[in-house]
Design a protein around this ligand. Sequence first.
Ligand code: BGC
Length: 743
Amino acid sequence: MSEFSEKIESLIPQLTLEEKAALTVGRDMWSTYPVERLGIPSVVMTDGPTGVRMAASSGDNIGHSMPATCFPTASGLASSWNRDLLAEVGRTIGIEAQALGVQTLLGPGLNQKRSPLGGRNFEYLSEDPVLTGELATAFVNGIQGEGVGACPKHYVANESETNRMFSDAIIDERVLRENYLHAFEVAVKKAQPWTMMESYNKINGEYVAENKRLLHDILKEEWGYEGIVISDWGAVNDRVGGIRAGLHLQMPTAPTAWRVVDAVNDGSLDESRLDEVVRDLLEYVFKADAAKKIGVTFSEDEHHQVARRAAAESVTLLQNDGDLLPLSPSAQVAVIGEFAKKPRYQGGGSSKVNPTRVEILYDELSAAYGNDLPYAAGYHGEEISDELLAEAVETARAADIAVVVIGLPDSYETEGRDRTHIDLPEAHNTLVSHIHEVQPNTVVVVINGSAVDLSWVSYVPAIVEGWLTGQGSGGAIADVLTGAVNPSGKLAESFPWRIEDTPTYTCFWPDAHGTIPFSEGVFYGYRWYDTRDIEPHFPFGHGLSYTTFEYSDLNLSTTTYTEGEPLEVQVTITNTGDRMGKEVVQLYIHEHESRFPRAVRELKDFAKVELAPGESQIVTFVLDGKAFAQWDTAVPGWVVNPGTFDIIVGASSRDLRLETSLEVNSTSLPKKVYTRMTPLGDFMKIPAIEKMVRDQFIARMGDGPFMEMILMFVISTPVGKMAYNGQMSEEQLQGMLDMANAS
Ligand code: BGC
């Protein structure tokens, strides 16, 4: 029951069948259908998620939208690992949405990074479902706190762009639950997004747009989702099937309402099902309309400062040999690279915002030094020439330090297309190697939205991952380079050495039938590299600071934990350096003996703390039973396996500082049921049965290696089969079953 329920119940009988059908399809590119005679308004939605992309006309006009603040893309924001920051960016976007007359913002993107090749990785947060879910929750709460709906997307398993309209993700249920649904589940349970965008693709042969299990059974019934499901733009294949399944709104407009009308008239769609969909839709429409604020304005300056701060916290210091950074104020710094003057700060496609202004790294750095720094373009786009190279080399040689800005051009990263490799343009790599030959004090700033191969990592002393950090990126990167901001970003995705090392190297691309086997299972991202012991270029969670942090006193509220209770984990973090800094503290678990294959480490929580030099803070994490659980397809449900787990706290997935262990008692492990199909070996785990079986074997063939070998042969044989083949009698079998089931 909501404040609108009564009104909605009185409206439904007044709506004609045609009006009800019309409500389930968009009016145009960005708004819902109104029914003016009954006072049902239209609501406006727009992309997202790096800012408000409010179309300047009713068409889809990427690049021609109303000016709005352009924030870092998701891969940047996620590198902040800062829930408060995500909430603040969400709030700021919410205010702009109100000012621009938008009631729902299409974002954030919660798909997982199975491969660095994913064309929209820049729009997605992480390769870790826990980090994704937590940051998404903060972002959604931030937007919705301003009375604007959020729309997590693309639900679900749309992890690549190739053939996205018909690719078929073949995923087993445990992998789907633990990895691809997890972030959506967290966002639904903790933030109740007003809307959710389903994806284009199929899962296990069925389009998500018409998949009742995903859209209704799991989302609504299991998770208690109260909002509506919107199709991705053009994802609908069968509008009537979608209504049955729980797809509330088809977007954008399409002439499909008559199909719904016909289906009700010919009896193939129950009108009461249509009413349920309309009821949810009206709830959303009235809520969004009531939350509309008239006359909202915003200060472009203030919002720009939020964008710049967010960018600075996203920037990640990957390498800093010999403390080359921060730049010495007295050094002669040369700036090399076209990106320093012609910035790339966002990705291509539907998320492209028309920024209110754009900061230029070269200008910001020059301003910090109080004079125009020496500059050379070094390359144009992907091209390099002898002249450009010679000029860049001379400029770098004449300086004390060269800051070289390189990265992926626009054409490399965009919606609708996956990358085919992780290389930077050859021209950019050539530039770095030539500059380094004449200037050992080389700092490389990389601009990209997803992991790349930094082939010169072994000899370039300082590397700054600048991401695609929005309109404030120029100032933000300058602040990190000069030390005005102490970097605190940490990678939310692993950087592999080679594409061949990545978890989905053999299973990322759809095959001739559009099938994508998610055969890496639960092992993607660091869960793959750490379990396989494959050294990444830079690991998940890695990022340096200009100060240092010490971890001490890892304590648990109990060392024997029972599922269902809260488990408190405390650790003390101390700033042992000489400047203020922020540290991202990461909590991982390791299960000693799991029932199902499990990564050697899984992130379960994180916190970001700011500490003055010498200051210490106790960080407290609270885990619940779900942190230890795996999805058991036979139950089906979340099951905690009793046994020993390690609780590990670290500064990255590979920089593990403290560890302690814990005995976990389960309340969810189902009692084992022994049947005729249970193998003999399982019975033999019960000591009394083991003795009985052994005695019988010994009686038949004597004790010794031969008997042991025969026992080995039969241990995996179902007992029913043994009885059928005369290896035991039916009475013996029944006795064993009774004993085992009573144990
Ligand atoms: C994208 C969505 C986007 C929508 C509207 C689709 O192609 O996949 O993320 O929100 O277009 O622009």
